[in-house]
Design a protein around this ligand. Structure first.
Ligand SMILES: *[C@@H]1O[C@H](CO)[C@@H](O)[C@H](O)[C@H]1NC(C)=O
Ligand SMILES: *[C@@H]1O[C@H](CO)[C@@H](O)[C@H](O)[C@H]1NC(C)=O
Ligand SMILES: *[C@@H]1O[C@H](CO)[C@@H](O)[C@H](O)[C@H]1NC(C)=O
Length: 478
């Protein structure tokens, strides 16, 4: 009865019927990849948001389907009650913009005269990216999601039980790569419950297809203040632009121009960055090490990683307060789910949504982690402190690789001493316990956590945060 009611709520309305058709066609193209020996490059640790999940989490290499059990996960006197997971889409194709730049670079190589082994190898290396690919999820990305599903289902068997299958709640950003990631995750769960049986269409699954909610998963598109002050503001990313023309990047430009034997004036930081990312795309998507990886050494890679991190910092991280404040709506949504589960458990009612999974972007996760106070360096990342920031906390490749995930696990515990019932929370980032920002403990009483974040939970209202400040030209600041 209850199960039916949940599924009814998630049943396709007109827009999601359209979505179901899209899912159907995308799933039929999907094939299980053969396990293969992963190609490696010394540059892999520096790909930032284009990092493969297994490069950020090398424990997966042995068996990507076996659960990664962090020894700090609560056990014994605690049972998991609810899991709320925020998941970045899996490995994707380059965007159309990146593909255009890559073509431009390729054109430069073809136009130059003969000579230079590497330049010739690059000119001959196939350009296999086409415009239609524009940021879509690749097969490897579906595999990322299926494997994550298998690991999480084994790690939390009571939550991902067959009985709970119809109560799964999946929410997604409207972008194809996210919708497809949600579908691939469901396929992975199907595989967990029915090994060897081909999965049905997601639309026919008990819980229905993921529901689109861009207000939650792409809050940055709906926040006027963010759009005006950061996204559409030419000077907001000042440090990114300054670093592009700064000495660290200029050295790389000169070096690459000499290596490829093209005039340095024909190159710029954007083209260099796309060349670097091509090494990452070929590794992540094709599993091959392309000659583009040989253009750079690890010192170059660290500089290019910094360039990527600078952008994330100023656009999604601590650079501007609105970056993180715009994510309050998502933070509050997560706590509403947890609150509800706590209430239901206290009344000995069944938990209506034991598993809630939200599929989004690096741009969804970074602001939320910043809102929560994670990976904050003492000094801001600027165009001028590359050296001082060598050991920074804010390294997007560690935080938000493809398929990265932030998971809130709510536990119901019996206090061993007092025999009292209590609720605890653990956070997992990329399947590793993330110590709480306030206490550095690996678990927190739910009430303590709420208390720590009470400002965000009580006083952060999207409508106010995202409103443009009124211009007051009588103010004495003017
Ligand atoms: C753009 O960003 C700069 C630097 O942060 C800031 O001073 C300026 O007010 C912003 N412009 C708008 C329209 O918000
Ligand atoms: C500032 O005040 C003047 C006079 O009251 C007004 O004409 C102008 O539009 C105001 N400017 C802004 C940006 O609000
Ligand atoms: C504008 O600024 C003045 C001086 O700071 C202040 O007295 C006044 O209340 C402000 N007006 C509005 C509409 O915020």
């Amino acid at each position: 009865m209850l199960r039916g009611a949940r599924c009814l709520r998630g049943a396709p309305s007109a827009p999601s019927a359209v979505l179901a058709v899209a899912l159907l066609s995308s799933l039929s193209r999907c094939s299980l990849l053969e396990p293969e020996h992963p190609a490696v490059s010394a540059l892999s640790p520096y790909f930032g948001t284009k990092t493969r999940y297994e490069d950020a989490n090398p424990g997966l290499r042995r068996d990507p389907e076996a659960p990664l059990r962090d020894p700090q996960l609560l056990e014994e006197t605690c049972t998991p009650v609810q899991l709320v997971g925020l998941i970045r889409h899996g490995t994707r194709y380059p965007t159309a913009k990146q593909i255009r730049k890559l073509r431009q670079l390729h054109g430069l190589l073809e136009a130059r005269g003969p000579g230079g082994d590497l330049g010739a190898a690059l000119a001959a290396w196939p350009l296999w990216y086409a415009d239609w690919m524009d940021g879509q999820l690749v097969d490897k990305g579906r595999q990322d999601m299926r494997q994550l599903a298998l690991r999480l289902a084994s790690l939390f068997p009571a939550l991902f039980s067959r009985e709970n299958y119809g109560r799964l709640q999946l929410i997604t950003s409207s972008k194809h790569r996210c919708v497809d990631s949600g579908a691939a995750f469901l396929q992975g769960l199907w595989q967990h419950f029915h090994p060897g049986l081909p999965p049905p269409d997601v639309a026919d699954m008990e819980c229905g297809p993921p529901r689109i909610n861009d207000k939650l998963m792409r809050f940055f598109d709906h926040c006027e203040r963010f759009l005006t002050e950061v996204e559409r503001n030419d000077t907001a990313l000042y440090h990114v632009e300054a670093f592009k023309t700064g000495p660290e990047m200029q050295n790389i430009l000169k070096k690459v121009a000499a290596t490829l034997q093209v005039p340095v004036n024909n190159l710029n930081a954007d083209l260099i960055q796309v060349a670097f990312f091509t090494c990452s795309f070929d590794l992540a998507i094709k599993g091959v090490k392309s000659p583009w990886c040989d253009v750079f050494d690890t010192d170059d890679a660290m500089v290019l990683e910094y360039l990527n991190d600078l952008k994330q910092y100023w656009k999604r991280g601590y650079g501007y307060t609105i970056n993180s404040r715009s994510s309050c709506i998502l933070f509050q949504d997560i706590f509403q789910h947890l609150d509800k589960a706590v209430e239901q458990k206290k009344r000995s009612q069944p938990i209506s949504s034991p598993v809630i999974l939200q599929f989004g972007h690096a741009e969804t996760l970074l602001p939320l982690l910043s809102l929560m106070g994670y990976f904050k360096d003492k000094e801001p990342l600027t165009a001028y402190n590359y050296k001082e920031q060598m050991h920074r906390k804010f390294r997007s490749g560690h935080i938000v690789p493809y398929a990265s995930n932030l998971i809130f696990v709510l536990y119901h515990c019996k206090n061993a001493k007092t025999a009292k019932e209590e609720f605890r929370v653990q956070l997992l980032l990329n399947e590793k316990v993330l110590p709480l920002a306030n206490s550095q403990e690996t678990a927190s009483l739910y009430d303590d956590l709420k208390n720590h974040y009470k400002d965000i939970l009580q006083s952060c209202h999207t409508s106010e945060e995202c409103q443009l400040p009124k211009v007051n030209n009588t103010s004495d600041e003017l």
